[in-house]
Write a protein that binds this ligand. Structure first.
Ligand code: UDP
Ligand code: MG
Length: 315
């Protein structure tokens, strides 16, 4: 019989673990699906790990993985995928914002032969105007780059073992999970779901961390910033050409002394364009440096299956 693994990254979610495990266990049991919950503790500073161990003592289908420190959600998703044994592997947030009923719907589609089932937000939940606009801009760039409509994409998805293995086989450290699952291809279908309110605890995202997330992923997945620099350089060049013609005309008509302001402005403009370009190129080089170091994506400190310590399975 097929088994569904559900990967749940958890960072400071002590208030949610017990609830999420019991709700998921119940929903999946009622639907007659054999499951395994892979909870990845992403270096939480609260009692998340103790809660995971406690949940494991109650439900032998729980696999708890603990990181040595906070490595971020994408790393936690990867570790979960690597540990999952199921024939189908789902990933979802452990704050119940991704509805468990949709998970069952996804599983049914997988049974019908779909290999990647993407969760798509039917609305973006309670987000401010600016947040929505920025997200729209970011996903616009990502959609262009991937050729897949990424608007309202989420980290809620279910994958076939084969699709999960193909994601795991990718060597890069900076990876945008949301886009990667559509990049790998396979027979794909989308399921829309309503983002629920978080029941307890707080969101781990600040405005600044979202901006960083957007930029990191644009760099990890596209060369849009470099194209932007190139186009900017081209525009500067045309502008300089016009200015050169104008200056020469001034020179030949004997009006050449004036122009201090123009020179200062042009110098400042070009100077800042060069600085910006170097910054963007430098960012790519920094990312290349990170990749060539080939450090592990994460470090596991402990693994428990149910109430049994299986830390030797770390990989
Ligand atoms: N998360 C994680 N590591 C982090 C930040 C978040 O594993 O460094 C997990 C978090 O526990 C949750 C999921 O990622 O299960 C989504 O986080 P959150 O609910 O804070 O994001 P939001 O729903 O507000 O976008
Ligand atoms: Mg959330």
């Amino acid at each position: 019989m097929s088994v569904l693994s559900v990967v749940l990254p958890a960072y400071n979610e002590e208030l949610m673990i017990a609830k999420t495990c019991s709700v998921l266990g119940e929903v999946l049991t009622d639907a007659g699906i054999s499951y395994e919950l892979v909870l990845v503790n992403d270096g939480s500073s609260d009692r998340t790990w103790e809660e995971i161990e406690k949940a494991g003592k109650k439900d032998p289908n729980i696999l708890g993985v603990s990181f040595s420190r906070n490595f971020g959600k994408e790393a936690a998703l990867f570790a979960g995928l690597a540990q999952a044994k199921g024939d189908a592997v789902a990933v979802m947030d452990c704050d119940l914002q991704h509805p468990p009923e949709t998970l069952v719907e996804m599983y049914r589609l997988w049974e019908q032969g779909y290999q990647v089932i993407e969760g798509v937000k039917s609305s973006r939940g309670k987000e401010g105007f600016l947040h929505k606009k920025c997200a729209g801009f970011f996903y616009g760039i990502m959609s262009k780059a991937t050729g897949v409509d990424m608007q309202n994409a989420s980290d809620f998805k279910l994958m076939d073992r084969r699709a999960a293995e193909s994601i795991l086989s990718m060597p890069e450290r900076n990876m945008f999970f949301r886009a990667t699952s559509s990049w790998v291809g396979f027979k794909t279908i989308s399921v829309s779901f309503e983002v629920r309110e978080r029941e307890a605890g707080v969101s781990k995202w600040s405005a600044w961390s979202l901006v960083k997330y957007a930029f990191t992923n644009i760099v990890a997945f596209t060369t849009v910033p470099l194209q932007f620099v190139t186009v900017g350089g081209g525009i500067c060049f045309l502008f300089s050409l016009a200015l050169a013609v104008y200056s020469l005309a001034q020179y030949f008509t004997g009006h050449a002394v004036e122009g201090y302001t123009t020179i200062v402005i042009v110098l400042l403009l070009i100077g800042s364009a060069i600085m910006l370009s170097l910054g963007i190129i430098g960012y790519y080089i920094a990312k290349i440096y990170e990749e060539v170091k080939r450090r592990p994506r994460y470090i596991i400190s402990r693994i428990v299956r149910g109430s049994e310590d299986v830390s030797e399975n770390a990989r």
